[in-house]
Design a binder for this molecule. Structure first.
Ligand SMILES: Nc1ncnc2c1ncn2[C@@H]1O[C@H](COP(=O)(O)OP(=O)(O)OP(=O)(O)O)[C@@H](O)[C@H]1O
Ligand SMILES: [Mg+2]
Length: 498
C-alpha cells in the first residue's frame, strides 16, 4: 500500500478508506458530526477496526451483549468506570441515565457502541431516545457535543435504523459499510497474489472475509497450487475446523428467520444455477409469490444480490454474494453426513469436478464482472455504469447467447445508454475464434433490436488462455479485448493504458 493513512495500526490490513472515514469522524469538530453508523455482515472486521480506532483516539468503546436491559446497563456502568478510571462502577437505572452518563463523562468525546442491535432488541425505544439527545445537542449548539458511533451486523436491523421514518434517519454524518475485501485484496491478504489460478480457487471458497483466514482456519493458507486439494480437505471440509460449520451459522446469524429449511432451499436453488425467481420457485417447489419474501430477506442481509437484466426491464438474476454459501450448498450439504464422519478426502475426490463446473465457473464470471465494474474509462471507451450477465435471444438459431459480462454506459436524456462491451468468461477452456463469433452475433442481434451496440468491445475473459488465432485477431482489432488472469489481478491503476 502506498499511503498508509495516519494512525492506522500496522496490524490492520488494508481498510485505508474505512480508516480515513472513521478517524475523520472521530476527530471532526463540526457540531454536525454527532452520529455515525457502521454496519456490515458478520466477521468482516468491524469490531477490529473500531477497537483500533478507540485505541488510536482514546474513544470509549463498549460492546453490548445479548442480555436484558438491566444487565446491559450494569455492564455499561462498569465499562464507563473502567474508561475513566473511576473506582466504582456508575450506577445507571435506565437508558436516559445511561446516555446522560456517557455525555457527562465523555464531554465532547466519542462513544463507540458495538453490537447495538442487541440493545435495541431488548429496548426498542433506544433509537428514539438517542434521537432526542442528539437533537437537543444540535439545538443547544454545545460545541463540541458527544459523538456516538453505533455499530452492528444484523444488517436488516442496522439498515432499519436509517430507513424511512426511523427516528435516527437523517441524523448521521457517517454511514460506513464494512464490506469483504475485493478479490485482489483478498489474494494479497492470503499471500497468494503471485498465483492467480490459486487465488481464484481460494476466493471461490472463502471470498473476501478477513476472519476466514485468521480465526476460522488459524492462518492456514495453501502453500501452492499443488497443496490446494489437501488444503480444502484439512480446512473447510474438516469438521474440527470452525470454517466447516460457518455457512450454516451465517444464515442463522444474519437473518431473523423462522423457516430455515425454505431459506436453505432457496440458497441451494441459486447455488445450483437457478437465477430467476421463477426458476428458484420451481426448484424449491413453491409458488413464485412464496419465494419473494425469502429473497428480499436474504437480499437485505447481504447474502444474495439481485442483478437487473440490462435488456429485459422486468427480468433480474439472483446471485449469492458470499462464496462460502455457494460452496456449502453445492459441495458440502449433499455430502454432510460423510463429511461429519471425517471423509473429506473421499468427498473432495468425488465433488472436485462439480466444484470446478458449478462453483468456480460461475464465480470466475462474477470476478470478471467485478473487474469490468472497476475498469477505467479507457478500457471500454466509456465509463462502465452497469455490468451484468444476460442472455440474448437468437431466434434464427432458436437459442440464446449467454453474455457473462455486458457493460453499459449511463444513459442521459440527451444520450441513450450505449452497450460498451459484451464479454464471455471461460474458466477451464482455451478460448478461440468461435467464442468471438458468438459475441459478434450477440452484438448484431442487439443492434437489430435498436440497442446502441455497434461499437461494443467484444471481450474474452480466459482463465485458461486463448488460441493463437484469437490472440492474433485481438492484436489487429481494437474492438476485441482479451483479459487473462494476470490482467484480472492487476491493480486498476496499473492497467495498461492502450
Ligand atoms: N483489516 C484486517 N486485517 C487483519 N485481520 C482482520 C482485519 N479485519 C478483520 N480481521 C480478522 O477478522 C477477525 C474478525 O473480525 P471482527 O470480529 O472485527 O468482525 P466483525 O465485523 O466485528 O464481526 P461480528 O459482526 O461477528 O462482530 C478479527 O479478529 C481479525 O482476526
Ligand atoms: Mg464485531
Amino acid at each position: 500500500m502506498v499511503n498508509e493513512p495516519s494512525g492506522k495500526p500496522a496490524w490492520v490490513y488494508d481498510r485505508d478508506h474505512e480508516w480515513t472515514a472513521l478517524s475523520n469522524f472521530a476527530r471532526s469538530a463540526s457540531p454536525r458530526a454527532r452520529l455515525g453508523i457502521v454496519s456490515g455482515r458478520r466477521r468482516q472486521g468491524k469490531t477490529f477496526l473500531l477497537r483500533a480506532l478507540a485505541e488510536a483516539t482514546g474513544a470509549f468503546y463498549y460492546a453490548a451483549a445479548e442480555a436484558t436491559t438491566a444487565d446491559s446497563l450494569r455492564d455499561l456502568g462498569s465499562a464507563l468506570a473502567a474508561h475513566t478510571g473511576a473506582a466504582l462502577p456508575y450506577a445507571i437505572r435506565d437508558w436516559n441515565e445511561a446516555v446522560g452518563a456517557i455525555r457527562e463523562t465523555l464531554a465532547g468525546g466519542l462513544a463507540i457502541i458495538d453490537e447495538f442491535p442487541y440493545l435495541t432488541r431488548a429496548d426498542p425505544a433506544l433509537p428514539s431516545l438517542l434521537q432526542r439527545v442528539l437533537d437537543d445537542q444540535a439545538w443547544g449548539r454545545q460545541a463540541p457535543g458527544t459523538k456516538f458511533l453505533l455499530c452492528g451486523s444484523a444488517m436488516s436491523v442496522m439498515g432499519g435504523l436509517l430507513a424511512g421514518n426511523a427516528p435516527l434517519r437523517g441524523r448521521s454524518a457517517l454511514e460506513l459499510l464494512v464490506a469483504p475485501f475485493d478479490y485482489r485484496t483478498a489474494a494479497r491478504f492470503w499471500g497468494i497474489e503471485n498465483d492467480p489460478v490459486l487465488a481464484v480457487l481460494v476466493h471461490a471458497i472463502v471470498g473476501g472475509t478477513p476472519a476466514y483466514r485468521s480465526e476460522f482456519v488459524a492462518d492456514d493458507a495453501p502453500a501452492s497450487r499443488d497443496d490446494f486439494d489437501d488444503w480444502v480437505s484439512r480446512t473447510v471440509l474438516n469438521p474440527a475446523v470452525p470454517l466447516f460449520r460457518e455457512a450454516r451459522y451465517l444464515l442463522a446469524e444474519e437473518t431473523d428467520i423462522r423457516e430455515p429449511a425454505l431459506y436453505n432451499s432457496v440458497l441451494g436453488a441459486i447455488a445450483t444455477g437457478n437465477a430467476t425467481s421463477g426458476g428458484i420457485a420451481n426448484y424449491v417447489g413453491r409458488k413464485s409469490s412464496e419465494v419473494t419474501h425469502p429473497l428480499t430477506v436474504l437480499e437485505d442481509a447481504g447474502l444474495i444480490t439481485r442483478e437487473a437484466d440490462p435488456f429485459h426491464a422486468r427480468k433480474s438474476l439472483y446471485r449469492i454474494s458470499e462464496p462460502l454459501i455457494t460452496f456449502y450448498e453445492a459441495i458440502m450439504r449433499p455430502a454432510w453426513p460423510q463429511l461429519e464422519r471425517r471423509q473429506a478426502k473421499a468427498v473432495w475426490r468425488r465433488q472436485r469436478s462439480t466444484f470446478l463446473s458449478q462453483v468456480v465457473g460461475p464465480h470466475f464470471e462474477a470476478l470478471c464482472r467485478e473487474w469490468a465494474t472497476q475498469a477505467g474509462e479507457e478500457v471500454f471507451a466509456g465509463f462502465p455504469a452497469e455490468v451484468a450477465g444476460t442472455a440474448i435471444p437468437d431466434p434464427g438459431n432458436r437459442t440464446q447467447i449467454q453474455v457473462d459480462v455486458a457493460v453499459l454506459s449511463a444513459g442521459t436524456p440527451e444520450e441513450p445508454r450505449r452497450v460498451l462491451s459484451l464479454g464471455e468468461a471461460k474458466w477451464g477452456e482455451v478460448m478461440g475464434l468461435g467464442h468471438l463469433d458468438r459475441l459478434r452475433r450477440a452484438r448484431d442481434l442487439l443492434s437489430v433490436k435498436k440497442h446502441r451496440a455497434a461499437d461494443a468491445i467484444l471481450a474474452c475473459y480466459g482463465g485458461a488462455g486463448f488460441t493463437p488465432e484469437l490472440t492474433a485477431t485481438a492484436a489487429a482489432d481494437p474492438h476485441v479485448l482479451l483479459v487473462d488472469l494476470n490482467r484480472l489481478y492487476q491493480e486498476p491503476d496499473q492497467q495498461p493504458e492502450d
